[in-house]
Design a protein around this ligand. Structure first.
Ligand code: GRG
Length: 295
């Protein structure tokens, strides 16, 4: 099967499972169920769950065992995007080409939809033995990894750094630390969850984590580049938001060309880190594809 076919197959698998998972009740609180589904099904790239499934496959695991983990990561990612768009955070009205969750459902419902998705992620992981035959030990390790990477030592911590230095020029060390946590930690969790589902050794979990950190940084630099030269239509969100909020990013520190070069160097490093594994072909191609992405 070609790279593109495998990618499409993973995305379809994740979309189908997410649709099955998402509560669609006609009860009194259905507005929050609707808001959760609206955001999760808004057409994201599904990068993180694809990483989970492929890492599991690459390390000899059963993809089915990793599927609940993959969906949980995407739920947490969606939950973070809902919260990130709120007026008290980045105050963005457009996400994935559609009105942000709080514009479509109101601020309180969006806050609750983000909260509910965050909790539901751990519910689907906790039930992964009954639903997909994932081992109990892997479930416990998976929950530990994901909660750690999403919390104050991960994504939440990165967001706190971001808010703390809003409207300020910051040095590279702070920018690096912010993105390692804000964007990188969830990408690391996605990869490590795949390894955990495959019952990988602690050394392999650490090695795939190192690859994920490099990839996460390259991914964020491309995000910064797209915020300057991207196509608003393709991106599904306004460009120039960092400049408008006077945020320091890779472009302000290294310029457009310098940032492109840095992203290319990190992509090469990530590919080197992948070559430690048997059969990294799919991830090598995915890593290259992310450097050239337009959205
Ligand atoms: C919900 C635990 C929890 C925390 C929320 C608001 C917040 C704390 C964190 C913000 C995290 C954030 C929005 C980081 C940006 C990461 C990033 C580059 C997102 C874009 O990812 P893509 O391009 O998006 O994969 P799609 O839409 O394709 O899924």
């Amino acid at each position: 099967m070609s790279f593109t076919q495998t990618l499409q197959e993973y995305i379809q698998m994740v979309n189908q499972q997410l649709e099955e998972y998402l509560p669609k009740k006609s009860n009194l609180q259905h507005v929050v169920d609707d808001a959760m589904a609206y955001s999760v099904e808004a057409g994201g790239k599904r990068l993180r769950p694809v990483l989970t499934l492929e890492v599991c496959r690459m390390l000899g695991g059963e993809i089915q065992h990793a599927l609940p983990f993959a969906c949980a990561v995407e739920m947490i990612h969606s939950s973070s995007l809902i919260h990130d768009d709120l007026p008290c955070m980045d105050d963005d009205e457009l996400r994935r080409g559609k009105p942000s969750c709080h514009i479509a459902f109101g601020e309180a419902n969006a806050l609750l939809a983000g909260d509910a998705l965050l909790l539901y992620a751990f519910e689907v992981m906790a039930k992964a033995h009954q639903t997909h035959g994932t081992g109990y030990e892997e479930i416990a390790k998976g929950i530990e990894t994901l909660s750690h990477c999403a919390g104050t030592d991960g994504m939440v911590g990165g967001q706190v750094i971001d808010l703390t230095y809003e409207n300020q020029r910051i040095e590279y060390e702070i920018l690096h630390q912010m993105h390692l946590l804000k964007t990188g930690a969830l990408i690391r969790a996605a990869c490590q969850l795949g390894a955990i589902a495959a019952k990988a050794s602690p050394e392999q979990i650490q090695q795939i984590g190192a690859y994920a950190e490099t990839l996460g940084l390259a991914f964020q630099i491309c995000d910064d580049i797209l915020d300057v030269v991207g196509d608003q239509q393709l991106l599904g969100k306004p460009i120039g938001s960092d400049e408008q909020m006077q945020k320091t990013n890779f472009i302000t520190l290294f310029g457009l060309e310098g940032s492109r070069q840095k992203a290319a160097e990190l992509t090469e490093l990530a590919k080197q880190q992948l070559r430690q594994f048997d059969h990294p072909e799919f991830l090598l191609e995915l890593t290259d594809m992310l450097l050239e992405r337009k959205k």
